[in-house]
Design a protein. Structure first.
Length: 391
């Protein structure tokens, strides 16, 4: 047996990033071994994954699923844990070389912070962590000498261009596909349905991030994510609409040289690079076909049509609790939109309302961040009941 295999712990194993990560493990069983798998409540898939990859431990966040998980793994020696502590036990497993933080939304925050406290190498796919708790997460990482390697494709692109140094960097430019509504009229956005918003032209992703791409809040969150990940000033982070999603990010250096990372839109590359870094492993599928004519186009984003971009920048500039409010109000509003309780443009209206109404509270500890998160969610639910900002 190869003992040099990197041992990975996957939090969010049954989601889009988690399952793609397991695809990669399967292709590189000589290099990777799954040590722990944690999921929220998709117990059937977690059982299948555990039987296939034989981790030491699995955890299910939703305790009502524990019994089903135990019965599903009967006859194996896989340890079964439950609840938030169980998930954190996976993200801090003493033998884990790399922890993939791929739980969606604020729910992933605790286990990510725990991994950083344990000084882990964290492959981070959960951008909400850095949006809501960027300062706390980066402080924790520094204090415990943890390392964060971005999995988000744009940030993985920046990471590959930077080669470990932000010296001489003038700007970082993140690309955005523009989402499914890039070409539709601004007034038509009021009446788009969840089904339309869930049809992303290029990327296959979970529901939350797909809606965020349609509102372009995703790019706003990514600006905040880049701010923390790379230690840049807000005015050093730009975004550009690039509908082909081949260029994921560019770095502009002080002498005007521009470096870009290009690849087909497939999350397996950034996931794999986070696991192989600083090495590169073969990933045979997915090449840009230069034997065919290609056009790569770029245009500035329409800030009028996509107010979420402006709101995210304003929240980053305001600092303090504003990014956590933005993140929580957006998560709650996206959820209501998916349940058809509010309209598409209700999402930015809710977020703007929450930012205007709540602010100024302290946001330095995990408890304070959760408090801010809860009050923003509460605000959105109350506003949707009153129907003031919803439609
Ligand atoms: Mg991204």
């Amino acid at each position: 047996m190869n003992t040099d295999r990197r041992r990975i712990s996957i939090v969010g194993a049954t989601g889009s990033i988690g399952t793609q990560c397991l695809d990669i493990v399967q292709k590189h069983t000589d290099k990777l071994r799954v040590l722990a798998l944690a999921a929220n409540r998709n117990v059937d898939l977690l059982i299948r994954q555990a039987r296939m990859f034989d981790p030491d431990v699995v955890a299910i966040a939703d305790r009502s699923c524990t019994q089903a998980l135990r019965s599903g793994l009967e006859g194996t020696d896989i340890r079964v844990l439950e609840g938030g502590e169980g998930v954190c036990a996976c993200s801090t497993h003493p033998e884990a070389d790399i922890v993939l933080g791929a739980a969606s939304g604020i729910a992933g925050l605790k286990s990510v912070l725990a991994a950083l406290e344990a000084g882990k190498v964290l492959a981070l796919a959960n951008k909400e962590t850095l949006v809501a708790a960027g300062d706390l997460a980066m402080r924790t990482a520094r204090l415990h000498k943890a390392r964060i390697i971005p999995v988000d494709s744009e940030h993985a692109g920046v990471f590959q261009c930077l080669e470990d140094s932000t010296r001489y960097v003038e700007k970082v430019i993140l690309t955005a596909s523009g989402g499914p509504f890039r070409n539709i009229d601004r007034t038509a956005l009021d009446s788009v349905t969840p089904q339309q918003a869930l049809k992303h032209p290029n990327w296959s992703m979970g529901a939350k991030v797909t809606i965020d791409s349609a509102t372009m809040m995703n790019k706003g969150l990514e600006v905040i994510e880049a701010y923390w990940l790379f230690g840049l000033r807000e005015d050093q982070i730009e975004m550009v609409v690039h509908p082909q999603s081949i260029v994921h990010a560019m770095v502009l250096f002080e002498d005007g040289s521009l470096k870009a990372q290009l690849s087909l839109p497939d999350m397996r590359l950034p996931i794999q690079y986070a696991l192989s870094y600083p090495d590169r492993w073969p990933l045979p599928e997915g090449r840009v076909d230069w034997a065919r004519p290609q056009s790569l186009t770029f245009a500035p984003p329409d800030l009028e049509k996509f107010p979420c971009l402006r709101l995210a920048r304003e929240a980053l500039a305001a600092g303090g609790s504003a990014p956590a409010i933005l993140n929580a109000a957006n998560e709650a509003a996206v959820d209501l939109f998916l349940k058809e309780r509010i309209g598409f443009m209700g999402i930015p209206r809710m977020v703007e309302g929450a930012l205007g109404k709540l602010s100024g509270s302290s946001c330095n500890t995990y408890e304070e961040i959760l408090q801010v998160d809860q009050s923003a969610r509460h605000y959105v639910h109350e506003a949707s009941k009153r129907n003031t900002l919803a439609l």
